[in-house]
Design a protein around this ligand. Structure first.
Ligand code: HEC
Length: 143
């Protein structure tokens, strides 16, 4: 009897070690999935080209400047912090220019975002910002 109890105890310890072990495995899996998330790009990673910025400046001057100054975009981007830039693109596409929503070509909406990012201190780079290719995987960070 006494020895059975001890055995019980040992089993219980074994089981709790197993539990601890699977918690550790789970934690490791979580850590590696977080590492994968950390690799998702943000607007700091050179995700638009200088050519897009230059094209976007013209769009901005023609179609956006009358109603918004750059401080407005800075604040707007703060409210999009952590969200895919595709959502911002879709919102602008659906609502702007407020006096004629959807009036621009899709590319012009993308270019104007590149210009706005550049004006807020984010770097141009080798990647072309493209709603069909990568904008769902690029997150906004507050400027
Ligand atoms: C005729 C005036 C007008 C023009 C032109 C205009 N906007 Fe707007 N925009 C507004 C108004 C009004 C709002 C909503 C109210 C607010 O937030 O001030 C708004 C809101 C926004 C927002 C905030 C959206 C959000 O949910 O975070 C963005 C970004 C934006 N505009 C971008 C643009 C861009 C880019 C252009 C040029 C393609 C543009 N706007 C042209 C009037 C305008």
């Amino acid at each position: 009897m006494g020895s059975n109890k001890r055995c019980d105890m040992r089993n219980r310890i074994k089981n709790s070690m197993k539990a601890a072990c699977s918690v550790a495995v789970f934690a490791a899996a979580l850590a590696s999935s977080q590492a994968a998330l950390a690799e998702a790009k943000t607007i700091k990673d050179g995700v638009f080209t200088q050519a897009q910025v230059d094209a976007g400046e013209m769009v901005y001057n023609d179609s956006c400047k009358t109603c918004h100054d750059m401080r407005f975009y800075r604040d707007a981007m703060k409210s999009w912090d952590g969200q895919p830039i595709l959502y911002l693109w879709e919102t602008i596409l659906g609502t702007m220019p407020a006096d004629n929503p959807g009036a621009l070509m899709l590319e012009e909406y993308t270019d104007v975002i590149a210009y706005i990012l550049s004006e807020n201190g984010f770097p141009a780079g080798d990647i072309t910002l493209d709603p069909d290719v990568n904008m769902g995987d690029i997150n906004v960070v507050a400027p």
